[in-house]
Design a binder for this molecule. Structure first.
Ligand code: ADP
Ligand code: MG
Length: 595
């Protein structure tokens, strides 16, 4: 037998490499977007059709390519970013392997138009399955446009492997977010099926987060900042009270790349411990800058894991920085927080134990409680899961309150701005004002939804609400139910809605705010299988509209609250299953005094 080994033709080698670089439209988009950043662009457009399966185009106003480079860029290992192996140690660009364009061109029909400022005329290249189809001069703006059509047209097995357009679009959005979050100074537009899905102008980081995730984020973010010899940390974390049940906005970047580091993720989550329920996830947008020599850059382009040399020290610094930010910004008068006079942490010696900077956090701090009055703290156990009772269950409970008992008028007093004390012929009642009010609103809205759906209050001027893409989808799912309880909502396009009417219970200006926080709470509260969607929605609305513990009430308000509570069908328990009142019968008290 003769020799058997042959070199694979480039087109085949490229297709094999493509399997690693381009799994789906989103991975191709990532490569194209990162190239625009490397090319120094300031305005970048991402255009997709059919979730990138039929068209994926990226247009930038960056440096462009010469006529020769326009051809060269599709060759394997063709890169302008490194020349020697040593360059790898100081890599600052996103790409450097020179594989992406060669891979993409091997499994799609690609049209490249590019022009440098110094050139009179640009170049147009058409390439299909690694095969050059045409090259011609073209009149085009400075910068580069790469259109990738019919991804995997020549690899049907891979094409069939793609997920639904909805899911592939989700992956695309995620890649877009990652690039946009790390380059707030660049303007991005994302077109889906000829419509703008996201448009974010050049801005600072906070504004970028708000532009991508929606206006509510404006109030939710706490800055994180820490400079040490080893690492510089910047970014934002979400306030503990906005932690979500779904792992939502958690972004971690190192030297301008999105990275997953389960270890450092733990450092952040750990800093939130005790402040958020154990099954909730904090939002974070954390950016690390380290010396490129201290990380392993020779990672695969699609891998997002990263290796740090000094991972233990970085863990301690990230943990301390996040904890410090939470402490500084929760503005609680009872929070006992000691700032390190100087957070410059010296590089520890090789075998030296690392002592994380110590910060004292008040373990009683409860982010769910609005402490308008520092005196009004009610013990609250974050971990105690509250069992939600169904209407039937609650109705079958023996009520503490017998219907014939009537509290004497003006005999309600408020204690610690949270508890109402009153008594009837049979005993003393201690009422939790917030839980009680939730019950009252809940029954009123339930009643309204059942008997006069749509009973509402017209807004003088309709209010506009703009939601994040995700929230808008969720809102659309719940829209009918919102309307049943008295909202009048018109779709305004582009994730915006016009609010024409709100339930009679809401004050005017609360509408948009109410919808946003109700959506948030619908996201976080797992759908209770025992209760209907309507009950869940009304429960969330009641939670939001209720008077909070810590609020001082006027005598009239207290009297009314007690009267309305006792008029409820199920006065003892809040819609979430928490007690609204405690009763101490007189006999029990008398007994106690006898002994
Ligand atoms: P890498 O980014 O790893 O160098 P790519 O295959 O992504 O490899 O790109 C190959 C080369 O093509 C780049 O090094 C760069 O010189 C050029 N290039 C790619 N995209 C652009 C762009 N949008 N603008 C200017 N040059 C580009
Ligand atoms: Mg690249």
């Amino acid at each position: 037998m003769g020799d058997l080994i042959r070199l694979l033709p480039d087109s085949v080698a490229n297709q094999i490499a493509a399997g690693e670089v381009v799994q789906r439209p989103a991975s191709a988009a990532k490569e194209l977007l990162e190239n625009t950043v490397d090319a120094g662009a300031s305005e970048i457009k991402l255009i997709v059709k059919e979730a990138g399966k039929s068209l994926l185009q990226v247009i930038d106003n960056g440096c462009g390519m010469s006529e020769r480079d326009a051809r060269m860029c599709f060759e394997r290992h063709a890169t302008s970013k490194i020349q020697t192996a040593n360059d790898l140690l100081a890599i600052r660009t996103l790409g450097f392997r020179g594989e992406a364009l060669a891979s993409i061109a091997s499994i799609a029909q690609v049209e490249l138009k590019t022009k440098r400022t110094e050139d009179e005329i640009g170049s147009c290249i058409e390439i299909e399955g690694s095969e050059l189809k045409s090259q011609s001069p073209v009149n085009c703006p400075n910068g580069t446009s790469i259109a990738v059509k019919n991804l995997f047209f020549n690899v049907p097995a891979r094409r069939n492997f793609l997920k639904s357009n909805t899911l592939e679009l989700k992956y695309l959005i995620e890649e877009f977010f990652r690039v946009a979050l790390v380059n707030p100074g660049l303007a991005f537009t994302f077109y889906n099926q000829d419509k703008i899905l996201f448009q974010v102008p050049a801005s600072n980081l906070k504004q970028r987060i708000v532009n991508l995730f929606g206006l509510p984020f404006n109030q939710r973010l706490i800055p994180v900042e820490q400079q040490t010899d080893l690492v510089n940390i910047t970014g934002y974390i979400g306030k503990p009270e906005y932690a979500k049940k779904t792992r939502g906005e958690q972004y971690f970047f190192t030297n301008g790349r999105f990275m997953k580091s389960p270890y450092l993720h733990h450092a952040i989550e750990n800093a939130f411990k005790e402040l958020i329920p154990s099954d909730s996830f904090p939002s974070y947008f954390i950016y690390l800058e380290v010396d490129p020599k201290s990380i392993d850059v020779n990672i695969h382009p699609t891998k997002t894991e990263i290796n740090f040399l000094e991972i233990k020290s970085i863990y301690a610094i990230v943990h301390a920085a996040v904890k410090q930010s939470i402490g500084k910004f929760n503005l609680s008068p009872t929070l006992d927080f000691e700032t390190e006079p100087s957070m410059m942490i010296p590089l520890p010696g090789k075998n030296q134990a690392i002592i994380p900077p110590s910060i004292t956090i008040n373990p009683d701090y409860n982010p769910f409680e609005k402490k308008l009055d520092p005196q009004s703290r009610i013990p609250f156990h974050l971990k105690s899961a509250v069992h939600s009772l169904t209407e039937e269950e609650t109705e079958s409970l023996d009520s503490l309150w017998k219907k014939d008992e009537i509290p004497e008028p003006a005999r309600v007093i408020q204690v610690r701005n949270s508890l109402l004390l009153t008594f009837t012929q049979s005993g003393v009642f201690i009422i939790d004002q917030q839980n009680a009010h939730e019950r009252i609103i809940y029954e009123r809205l339930m009643n309204q939804a059942e008997h006069s759906p749509g009973g509402s209050q017209q807004q003088l001027l309709p209010q506009t609400i703009t939601l994040t893409h995700e929230d808008a989808q969720l809102f659309m799912e719940w829209k009918d139910l919102f309307e049943e309880i008295g909202f009048d909502i018109r779709n305004f396009g582009n994730n915006s809605f016009l609010l024409h009417a709100v339930p009679a219970d809401c004050r005017h200006q609360q509408g948009a705010d109410l919808i946003e926080s109700v959506l948030e709470s619908l996201k976080t509260s797992s759908r209770n299988v025992k209760t209907s969607d309507k009950q869940n929605l009304i429960r969330a609305v009641s939670r939001k509209l209720s008077v909070k513990n810590g609020k001082k009430l006027h005598q009239q308000e207290m009297d009314m609250l007690v009267e309305q509570l006792f008029a409820c069908k199920v006065p003892d328990i809040s819609p979430d299953g928490k007690p609204t009142m405690i009763k101490i019968p007189f006999e029990e008290m008398t007994k106690k005094f006898k002994n």
